[in-house]
Design a protein around this ligand. Structure first.
Ligand code: URP
Ligand code: ZN
Ligand code: ZN
Length: 466
């Protein structure tokens, strides 16, 4: 087999080991990993990429993004063009987006709508989860969805105003059906009743004037998330279904997931980069409303517990929950925190934030980082071993990073479509110096060089275990 590209002399990282080796690419796949590949018979005419002194990582897989999502009275500002360019620049080679069906629409029709958003635009590979917004209609459609290559559905325990909220019966039923058909239920866990009561308590002109954007955090104390995680776990334990808690943000939630896993409940949890490094003191800033996301940023103690949860294997994945909004969109709040479009950009900074604050910050090894950003997401979401590892036969999705090369975050020089960034001015190492998407160079010298339409839709198999 003739090699097209050989990445020489880098440190190739997997979840288990780091090894100095060359990586040969033929077409869209990894053809060989080993020493001296540039001198082999298959090397004639191959492009040589010198990676000496650099890490050669399996591309990150961001399993939680919202591109061009209608939400909070507007549409998130990163679409499949800017969002997947941002992904590539951040070394993310696959994104999983959430399809949101209308209540009177079939899951299959909503999936078709999402295909139309992505096709011809995506610069890296992508796949879908599908949300259950009308349980009576949608739960019976889950088996066909799983058979079609989408094994993951999501339910929201909040968002009644969006028309998306699922009650306990819907969670129970979806766990039963996904268990029967080899799928997995993803849950946004927040306690709607208490959250709504707290919102009502503070939703008056005097308190809004006094507290401003801080009401976003004051109405979502940690027990709002913890109680909902506990309840969802109760239904997972009762049904034997597989549960995946998305964007877990609290120390208490981590304790509850850890305890459940110890007694054998089939529950997995993801956190997001922002919950590891940003805290709710930001809401005190004049522009604090920009940081409103759902669930919101918590306290330094929560960050500590989440890092520990990652180290102990209680938290399996780090994602972004990318849901970008511009300053103009965020300004829709006009002093009423319940009207802030909730969400932040994150795709371009996921790997740099985790590398800088996790690996360089001595909180995790580079192998653990690869596990949380790449290998575990691939396994859990049914993409492994096509993705999530550098080995012969896998897709040649590769991010090359320079261990010490720092870049100052500046939204003006990013692919992300926002005129602000939660990490503006931060000095981060771990941006991709080169990114390969299925063998195609899409980032070179830290600059995006890919093209729209290169990204391919990914059918997925049965969710595995990390
Ligand atoms: O604020 C966020 N995270 N927006 C996206 C919707 C969600 O709950 O994931
Ligand atoms: Zn959510
Ligand atoms: Zn989300």
């Amino acid at each position: 087999m003739k090699f097209d590209t050989i990445i020489t002399g880098g440190t190739v990282v997997s979840a288990e080991r780091t090894v100095k080796a060359d990586v040969a690419i033929a077409g869209e796949r990894i053809a060989a990993v080993g020493k001296g590949l540039a001198r082999s018979g298959e090397a004639a005419g191959a492009r040589i990429v010198d990676a000496a002194g650099k890490y050669v990582l399996p591309g990150a897989i961001d399993v939680h993004v919202h591109l061009e999502m209608p939400f909070c009275g507007t549409v998130s500002s990163d679409d499949y063009d800017s969002g997947t360019r941002a992904a590539a620049r951040g070394g993310v080679t696959t994104v999983l987006d959430f399809v949101i069906p209308h209540r009177d629409e079939s899951l299959a029709s909503a999936v078709d709508r999402w295909h139309a958003k992505a096709e011809g635009k995506a610069c890296v590979d992508y796949g879908f989860h599908v949300c259950i917004t009308n349980p009576a209609r949608h739960i019976p459609e889950i088996p066909a969805l799983i058979a079609s290559g989408i094994p993951t559905v999501k339910e929201f325990m909040i968002y009644a105003s969006q028309g998306w909220q699922a009650d306990d019966a819907a969670i129970f039923r979806a766990l039963e059906v996904t268990r029967e058909h080899g799928g997995m239920l993803l849950v946004h866990a927040e306690s709607a009743g208490v959250l709504d009561a707290l919102i009502e308590r503070y939703h008056n002109p005097a308190d809004m004037k006094k507290y401003g954007a801080r009401l976003h955090t004051m109405t979502r104390p940690n027990f709002v998330e913890a109680e909902a995680i506990q309840r969802a776990i109760t239904w997972a334990e009762a049904t034997g279904g597989r549960l995946y808690i998305v964007h877990m943000s609290t120390g208490q939630g981590t304790d509850i997931v850890a305890a459940a896993r110890r007694r054998g409940v089939d529950v997995l949890a993801e956190t997001c980069a922002q919950y590891l490094v940003l805290d709710d003191s930001l809401f005190g800033r004049k522009d604090g409303h920009l940081y409103a996301t759902c669930p919101q940023l918590k306290k330094p103690a929560d960050q500590e517990r989440l890092w520990r949860g990652l180290a102990r294997g209680e938290v399996s994945v780090i994602s972004t929950d990318t849901c970008s909004f511009t300053r103009e969109q965020k300004a829709m709040w006009q002093g009423d925190w319940t009207k802030i479009p909730m969400g932040m950009p994150g795709l371009e900074t996921l790997l740099p934030v985790v590398y800088t604050h996790g690996v360089l910050g001595a909180r995790m090894s580079i192998k653990e980082m690869v596990a949380k950003l790449s290998t575990n997401p691939a396994k859990i979401m049914g993409l492994y071993p096509r993705k999530g590892i550098i080995q012969p036969g896998s897709d040649a999705d590769i991010a090359i990073i320079e261990p010490e090369h720092r870049v100052k975050v500046d939204y003006r020089r990013m692919e992300t479509n926002t005129d602000w960034n939660p990490f503006q001015g931060w000095s981060l190492a771990g941006f991709a110096e080169k990114t390969f998407s299925r063998g195609q160079l899409v980032v070179d010298g830290y600059r995006f060089v890919g093209r729209n339409g290169w990204g391919k839709y990914q059918k997925r198999g049965t969710p595995g275990r990390p």
